[in-house]
Each structure stands twice: as C-alpha cells, then as structure tokens.
Design a protein around this ligand. Structure first.
Ligand code: SAH
Length: 244
C-alpha cells in the first residue's frame, strides 16, 4: 500500500483531505481511484489506513478506517552528524540513512569540508527534506527524520554533550562500534555519530571531540569513502542498540 506523510491539520475527524502534492501523485501518477486504500502518516508515529472516497481535479479525500502506532521506528534515536560533502554524496547519505533508521541529520562544517557555509539556501533545504520524506515513505518509517541546520564541529559538540557519542576515525586503533556499545551496560536511548568529510577529520578535531566525551571508533582496516562510512557506521550502531 502506498504511504504518505501529511500534516496532522489535514485530518478533520476521520476525514482526510490530501494536500495538492500528494493529491497529484494519487490522481495522475499512481492513478488510484475511489475505493483504493492508502496509508497516511501524521509524523507523530501514528499510521492510518485510509479509503479514498473522492479522487478528482478538485480534491482527493479519504476516510481513516483504522489507526495504529507505526511499528517501524528504531528504539534508539540516532543523530548523524555528517560533514558536508559533494552534493550528490550528501543527498545519498540522507536517503540511505533514512532507510537504515537515522532519526536526526545534522550537516557538519569541519576544517576540511568542501562546503564551508553554515547557511543552507531554502531551495536546497526543501530538496533535502523531500529526499528524506520520500525515503521515509518508501522504507515504511513512522516519522520523518529531522533535518537540522548546519553546525560547526564546536557547536555540535556543545549541543550533543548530554548523550553518548562516537566519532569515526580511520586512525582509531582497536575500538570497534561493537566494543564501544556492546556489553552489559545500560543501553542508551540516544546516541550521536560523527562522520568526517572526504578529506577526513583533522587530528585536533578528533582530540577536541574526545575531550568533549566522544569515543573514537574504527570501522575496520579499510578506508571507506565518507558516504560509505556514514551508512556502515549507522547500520552498526543500530545493529548494537536497536531492539527489534
Ligand atoms: N582522507 C582520509 C579518509 C577520510 S574517509 C584518508 O584518506 O586517510 C572519510 C570519513 O569516513 C572519515 O573522516 C571517517 O569519519 C570515516 N571513515 C572512513 N573509513 C574509516 C575507518 N576505517 N574507520 C573509521 N572511520 C572511517
């Protein structure tokens, strides 16, 4: 069944009026007809099975037949601090990270990031949000991951200081994600993961992160591209912490 995130305002009681972008998709791309069922999500973790009543040029309207909590959200909140890199690589991380289960994305400006601006143009922000939303629909997420404004490494370290954090560093010796997170200790409900840009983190950036309480972890003996590292590390963190 096709899945769509809508603003909770689209609901009036059990009746849901789909916004034009989704109405267009239903009417002209998927060519669904009255009587077809879709899943609508309100981005608070609930999903509704909706029967379409009206599909025409004026509007697309349905009725919620059943409501249930979406069971597919990870049980740990994973914030991926990803150093800004080439546009297509960064967008790939947003899309695949959403599929894997990242809950928050923070673009990071580091010493060696190709992009050094902290201001993201509105068009780019909307494009990134669209990529994340579509990936969340496709992968059957219950909530759309949050895309935060870019931060410098110093800002990010200050903002995340209350939760455990890992920084992937190719020069880290021995500490794997499994060793860092496994064991009998209490399972964190939130965790931060820092991935560097194409050129890697500078040694003093890693030292600053360690001083702020992050653990530097290795992803193995091979050097991964930044975008590969992001996804491998996110998957490994969720493998250790997400109770299925
Ligand atoms: N320029 C560096 C590699 C940077 S890889 C060099 O050639 O030596 C880009 C990012 O991916 C790094 O900042 C790190 O966060 C992550 N990364 C890649 N391979 C890794 C590995 N084997 N262990 C830990 N982190 C890794």
């Amino acid at each position: 069944m096709h899945r769509f995130f809508v603003d909770p305002d689209c609901f009036v009681g059990d009746r849901v009026v789909l916004p034009e972008s989704i109405a267009h998709q239903i009417r002209s791309v998927l060519r669904l007809r009255p009587g077809a069922a879709i899943v609508v999500l309100d981005n608070t973790g609930w999903e509704y099975e909706v029967l379409l009543h009206q599909v025409d040029r004026q509007q697309v309207v349905g009725e919620a037949m059943a409501k249930r909590p979406c069971p597919n959200e990870p049980t740990v909140q994973l914030t991926l601090y990803q150093a800004l890199m080439k546009r297509d690589k960064f967008e790939w991380v947003l899309q695949k990270g959403t599929e894997i289960g990242v809950t928050h994305f923070v673009p990071l400006v580091t010493q060696r990031s190709l992009v050094q601006e902290v201001d993201i143009k509105e068009g780019k922000q909307l494009r990134w949000e669209k990529i994340i939303t579509e990936a969340a629909e496709q992968s059957r997420r219950g909530c759309i991951p949050t895309l935060h404004a870019p931060q410098t490494l110093a800002e990010a370290l200050a903002a995340q200081s209350a939760q455990p954090g890992l920084i992937a560093w190719e020069a880290a010796q021995g500490l794997t994600i499994r060793k860092a997170l496994g064991g009998d200790g209490e399972r964190p409900l939130r965790i931060s993961l820092f991935i560097g840009p194409e050129g890697g983190f500078a040694a003093e950036e890693v030292a600053t992160a360690q001083a702020a309480g992050l653990q530097s972890v290795t992803l193995g003996k091979r050097i991964l591209r930044a975008e590969t590292a992001a996804l491998v590390a996110a998957a490994l963190v969720l493998h250790e912490l997400d109770v299925i």
